[in-house]
Ligand binder design. Sequence first.
Ligand code: FMN
Ligand code: FE2
Ligand code: FE2
Length: 402
Amino acid sequence: MSSVRKVTEDLYWVGVNDKRLHLFENIHPIPDGVSYNSYLLMDKKRVLFDTVDWSGCREFLKNVEEVLDGKDLDYLVINHMEPDHAASMEEVLLRYPNCKVISNERAFMLMHQFGFHVEDRREEVKEGDTFSFGKHKVTFVAAPMVHWPEAMVTFDTTDGILFSADAFGSFKSLDGKLFADEVNFDRDWIDEARRYFTNIVGKYGPFVQFLLGKAATVPIKMFCPLHGPVWRTDLGYYIDKHDKWSKYIPEEKGVMIVYASMYGNTEAAAQTLASTLCDKGMTNVKVYDISKTHVSYLVADAFKYSHIVLASVTYNLEIYPPMYEFLHHLKTLNFQKRVFGIIENGSWAIKSGTLMRDYIETELKECLVLNAQVSVNSAPDETNEPEFQSLADSLIESIQKQ
Ligand SMILES: Cc1cc2nc3c(=O)[nH]c(=O)nc-3n(C[C@H](O)[C@H](O)[C@H](O)COP(=O)(O)O)c2cc1C
Ligand SMILES: [Fe+2]
Ligand SMILES: [Fe+2]
């Protein structure tokens, strides 16, 4: 008995689900788990596409063994050398001594660095090389920086299947459902797919664009990514999402308000702005307490919404540290093309507004900060009323212009 699923007549999913890991890359919470996908092609030659994280090795090996059903494994294709996919390769090589490893020069270098001994079993390929496994022919396509420099994707030209490595992946464990059309993706998965993409490969938008450009030139019928479901219908929906994310184009006109507050007064100001916006008819508003929300969720929604309002206390003459961290994450992810609004608070030397404005204007690309701003002295009062009105009006005007 195993958790194997059939992808096509001769292709099998032999991956594993991980519901035990708390933090992906030891940084991003994954409350719904993640899957490490591996695929086994049963052609004249038997070919394994990538492996799984070390934690799932035992179950994965059982899956492989079951599908092979006594036959030998001929090739292991390593599209991506990150250990969440490649860690189990050593075990595969030990168990299948005739198995050769197909990968590229950079990946072989990484294998060496990580201590995987491939030696005379390597079959080095480069961009555009082809390989025949019997009925199935494949082409290797470089996908640098999606998500590491060695990353490549493999296109099965016989069946139109793209083994897309980390591209088109998602957080969440599969729990039996292998295909995106077996779940309500737009309702139950898209938020985690966005959080995966934006935090993991968000920085490399131009490289993703490069890969999307290459992908557009071949007739793809299926995406087999290394995390999350396989796509065999409605590929355009998912391509469109990736196109937007990698161009830093918002999916929705709306306002995310992120507040940093110690005693509730900046929080009250954030809620006042939310009410004012809704009163004026702009109801696509989301409010977050920065101290309670992991930054990966904030990053994901920053990519989703067109407008962002940062509301922060001044903290020892600085931006409140978690707010600073959020801005720093946006910068490191190459985040761009958004309109920001600002609410600041301070009780004796208000600095947070100026500091946040400076950060956005100098560190983030093509981002605009609205002139209208709310400045709170400890607690918002009626003197702030015109500022709230003016910030809400500016946001709505800017949204309507887009
Ligand atoms: C530890 C600490 C440091 C602060 N540092 C400053 C500061 O440097 N300048 C300032 O104007 N206010 C400072 N404040 C006041 C806050 O910016 C803010 O006005 C106050 O906490 C009320 O807002 P809140 O209810 O949203 O927390 C500080 C508050 C705390 C608790
Ligand atoms: Fe990766
Ligand atoms: Fe990965």
